[in-house]
Write a protein that binds this ligand. Structure first.
Ligand code: DWN
Length: 392
């Protein structure tokens, strides 16, 4: 599946960077053997995860509650105490580990982007700015010992050398320890036509079948799974060394479901491609028609996902005047690629008239529409781009 030339999703631009952008050919593929859906070629990791990583997990109160709940669940389930050791891979700004640190549980956050590590450290969270792999795992084990729990949420789909990460997890986790990963679900992406989940950082979109195949290569197995609606639909995998835990019925039924809906067949992805080409045509045409009628169109949320939508659908500042966002690292900058739409502080949304607003952060719909309920009252219309184009 080819998406054409794409910029790096989170590379929001200053004006003087418009002509210095890096583009790559974004193509997705599927493997019939290991059932992995992934990008064929991606930019170098350092170009995506660096000192200016734009995404701050703490911009969403829903996300804060989510990680709070997860940390309480882990502390209880694994009976963690001050002698335990928790490692988080992809710890971002410390949104999860801050709850572990509060309980005085030994912990270490590992993140490839320096700026988010600094934010985590400023919250008193033990952080290592590095890429996690077998080498880093050995260094951590030498310095701190093995981990009781390894958590890696919204990270496993970001890592190109995923085999080294899983090998590192296997090295670092105690024999009776547990690994918890959570990532966008391939099943949900297909169901929601959420092609905007596909971008350079998201080099994999995992399913239980493909995640299972991956961990089995290193003597580990997924013994439980939980699905949630975060980030457009994620699956949380509970992993342990082989034969250490009883395989739950949820894993068995999800494996059967994935087979039934064809997650292990190339034809499923060819049908997905047809659906998103149709969606592309519909979005571009509705925005062009509204513009011809001199309607004012803005956007809400400048997620990494919006970079895929804007560049795949060839939508730019001529159609969308500005996009509102609450992330300090994005405000005042412009959207990447050919779109070049100015990002304004979402605090200005209420005072700025518009007829239509494209909800690029559709996965936060509930939180945003309740925050901005005035908009519909003032006859503003929300355009929801996926799973079907909807005007509400
Ligand atoms: O995997 C990833 C996920 C977890 O987060 C990373 N690759 C990067 C990032 O993806 P994303 O940028 O698509 O994440 P979000 O959370 O869908 O981005 C939402 C955007 O909307 C952010 O820029 C913040 C903004 N926002 C806002 O302006 N007001 C969000 C909320 C909830 C709001 O009220």
């Amino acid at each position: 599946m080819s998406f054409g030339k794409m910029p790096i999703a989170n590379s929001f631009l200053k004006k003087n960077q418009f002509n210095k952008q890096y583009f790559y050919n974004m193509e997705a593929g599927f493997c019939n053997t290991c059932f992995t859906f992934q990008l064929i070629k991606i930019p170098k990791a350092k170009m995506m995860f660096n000192n200016n990583y734009a995404y701050l997990a703490s911009t969403s109160s829903v996300m804060k509650k989510h990680w709070n709940k997860l940390s309480k669940k882990i502390i209880k389930k694994s009976k963690l105490n001050t002698k335990s050791f928790v490692v988080e891979i992809g710890s971002n700004d410390g949104i999860f580990l801050k709850n572990i640190a509060k309980k005085k549980i030994n912990h270490l956050g590992v993140d490839a982007s320096k700026n988010v590590c600094e934010i985590a450290k400023s919250k008193g969270i033990n952080s290592l700015n590095d890429f996690f792999n077998i080498k880093t795992a050995k260094k951590i084990k030498l310095k701190y010992g093995q981990a009781d729990v390894i958590v890696s949420t919204n990270t496993m789909h970001h890592i190109e050398n995923i085999n080294s990460v899983v090998k590192g997890m296997c090295e670092l986790i105690k024999d009776d320890g547990i690994i918890i990963t959570e990532d966008p679900s391939l099943k949900e992406m297909l169901k929601k036509n959420a092609y905007d989940q596909i971008y350079a950082e998201h080099m994999y979109i995992w399913s239980l079948s493909s995640m299972s195949y991956l961990f089995k290569k290193y003597g580990m197995e997924i013994y439980d799974i939980e699905n949630n609606n975060l980030h457009g639909g994620c699956s949380r995998y509970f992993i342990a060394k082989r034969n250490k835990k009883k395989i739950s019925s949820r894993v068995i039924s999800q494996m059967k479901l994935e087979k039934r809906i064809g997650l292990n067949k190339l034809s499923t992805f060819k049908k997905f491609q047809k659906r998103i080409v149709t969606l592309r045509g519909e979005l571009k045409s509705i925005l062009s028609k509204l513009k011809k009628r001199n309607k004012i169109i803005v956007g809400y949320g400048a997620p990494a996902k919006s970079t895929t939508i804007l560049n795949f659908c060839d939508i730019n500042f001529k159609l969308i005047d500005k996009i509102f966002d609450n992330t300090p690292t994005k405000i005042g900058k412009f959207t990447p690629g050919k779109s070049l739409i100015k990002i304004e502080d979402s605090k200005k949304f209420k005072k700025t008239f518009s007829d239509y607003c494209v909800l690029f952060a559709w996965n936060h719909k509930k939180e945003i529409l309740s925050k901005e309920k005035h908009y519909s009252k003032q006859h503003g219309k929300w355009i929801i781009p996926v799973p079907k184009l909807k005007i509400v």
